[in-house]
Ligand binder design. Structure first.
Ligand code: FE2
Ligand code: FE2
Length: 289
């Protein structure tokens, strides 16, 4: 067993997503495959995922989110085309994990190719292709717990439908009277646009893309890790009617993100011209990160 970095307990960023698969298994997967996967999810991995969520739930409080917004929404870190950003993201090599057979580009292409195969509009395909590019935050030195993991609202009570809710005990917002009741600083059904979410790759990429993609795409990007809502409906009391409509898209997107591992990995080289055209159709040459 390798040494575990206390601040970055996951040996691979993907272990977080593997854990989501445990919580929300593919309904179409055969029982046998599920059993095999359970073996694969060994106890060391469960420990590292727990350690990851312990940090995430302790430190993702309202003040932290404000601080990260001030730091990253100035977009003064790097200017890149989407291609350069994907290449950059692909330099994120996980600590010598023999189980990880897919790089970041492969996950993006598998997601987008599954969306394309189902005949969805091109902006939906593009959304699949870029939805995790916000993970470049890791390459700007951010710890795992501030990049990935389930997201949730801050500024109001943490729902017990969020994974490992007991870890919120050490979050200072839990004992802060401004935040530790149902609505906290928010109004009933005020709409998610008025609600601050825990900081990570979802919100970051949303802020980069918000002028370029149709609204359903932006919802998919911004809330794809908000499992407490799109799977558990734990925050209906903050959602507007419009949010509910848009979450139909978030729900449509989620299986492509989670269950699109194709038996044959997509051939990036062959697919590149199609994606180059698609990216050029919607995005400017350079994006500010
Ligand atoms: Fe993601
Ligand atoms: Fe993803």
């Amino acid at each position: 067993m390798g040494k575990i970095d206390k601040n970055n307990p996951l040996k691979s960023l993907e272990h977080w997503e593997d854990d989501i698969l445990q919580r929300y298994p593919d309904p179409d997967t055969q029982e046998k495959e599920k059993e095999a996967f359970r073996d694969y999810q060994n106890s060391e991995r469960i420990d590292t995922v727990r350690a990851f969520y312990k940090l995430n739930h302790q430190y993702q409080n309202y003040d932290f989110v404000i601080k990260k917004e001030q730091e990253f929404l100035r977009f003064d870190k790097k200017e890149m085309s989407l291609w350069e950003a994907v290449d950059f993201l692909n330099t994120l090599i996980d600590d010598s994990d023999p189980d990880i057979d897919l790089d970041q580009l492969q996950h993006l292409l598998q997601t987008s190719e599954a969306i394309r195969a189902d005949g969805h509009p091109d902006w939906f395909v593009l959304t699949g292709f870029l939805h995790d590019v916000g993970k470049v935050l890791c390459l700007f030195g951010e710890p795992q717990w501030a990049v990935v993991g389930d997201t949730f609202p801050v500024g109001c009570q943490f729902s017990d439908k969020i994974v490992y809710p007991e870890f919120f005990e050490t979050n200072t917002d839990s004992s802060d009277d401004r935040y530790n009741h149902k609505y906290g600083i928010y109004e009933k059904n005020c709409g998610l646009n008025n609600v601050k979410m825990s900081w990570g790759h979802d919100e970051y990429l949303y802020q980069i893309m918000k002028d370029y993609l149709p609204e359903p795409a932006l919802y998919m990007i911004r809330y794809h890790s908000f499992y407490a809502q799109h799977r558990e409906n734990a925050y209906d009391h903050l959602m507007s009617e419009h949010d509910h409509k848009m979450f139909e898209w978030v729900k449509k997107f989620n299986p492509y993100d989670l269950y699109s591992k194709a038996p044959v990995p997509p051939d990036a080289k062959t697919l590149k011209p199609y994606y180059q055209d698609l990216v050029a159709k919607y995005l400017p040459e350079k994006l500010k990160f």
